[in-house]
Design a protein around this ligand. Structure first.
Ligand code: SAH
Length: 213
């Protein structure tokens, strides 16, 4: 149920759905998804669906995790420093941490962050920094990232995230309220110009402001 073989079946389905980045597929076949869920749900971890993680939030569908990661890695140059908005269970964080140098991840709900921290520690992933903060403003300090991936959907792309993109940096983010689209934004060189591409329709929880304890 939680074995490597089950994960390989999941990866097979991801390939059938068009995910082709070999590194992403390999990381997903090696990363246990069941440890990111409460025990009562862990038997469903390898279904290709979003699953509840409490506090009204969800662990993204594996296909979406794979797609967003693949888009981020394939869009531009080297992905060394990556910011994630919406740590949630920490599953997407764990996938990213195995593919880039350093992951910085913010979450507004403290108990979710605490659980995610424990799981990432269990997997021995040390290149992750977690912060309890409102990710709409990016990482609390002034920093620049090669890539930013948001797993919560704002009505409009927050300026704070654009500001934290390094030259040629890439932002992958679901945007919209009723109709939501996965959106790819690229900073043009070191200018303040951005190229935006609307990709496929998606369904994410909303990006909310402020933090909760
Ligand atoms: N990547 C997560 C997805 C969790 S759902 C996973 O794989 O499990 C999106 C998460 O974004 C939720 O945990 C929600 O609390 C968080 N979120 C929403 N608005 C936020 C904000 N402004 N700042 C930080 N996190 C936010």
């Amino acid at each position: 149920m939680t074995s490597k073989r089950t994960r390989e079946r999941l990866v097979q389905r991801l390939m059938e759905q068009g995910v082709s980045n070999q590194s992403v597929l390999e990381v997903m076949s090696n990363t246990p998804r069941h440890i990111f869920l409460d025990e009562a749900l862990s038997h469903r971890a390898y279904e290709d669906t979003a699953l509840p993680i409490g506090h009204g939030q969800t662990l993204s569908q594996p296909y979406i995790v794979a797609r967003m990661t693949e888009i981020l890695l394939g869009a531009g140059g080297k992905m060394s420093q990556v910011l994630e908005v919406g740590t949630g269970s920490g599953y997407q964080t764990a996938v990213l941490a195995q593919l880039v140098d350093q992951v910085w991840s913010v979450e507004r709900i403290k108990p979710l962050q605490d659980k995610a921290r424990e799981r990432l520690r269990l997997l021995g992933l040390r290149n992750v920094q977690l912060r309890h903060a409102d990710g709409g403003f990016g990482w609390p300090e002034e920093k620049q990232f090669d890539g930013i991936l948001s797993t919560a959907a704002p009505r409009e792309i927050p300026q704070g995230l654009l500001d934290q993109l390094a030259p040629d940096g890439v932002l992958v983010i679901p945007v919209g309220v009723e109709a939501q689209y996965l959106t790819l934004v690229m900073r043009v060189g070191d200018t303040d110009e951005f190229k935006t591409q609307r990709l496929e329709p998606v369904r994410f929880v909303p990006l909310l402001s402020g933090i909760t304890r």
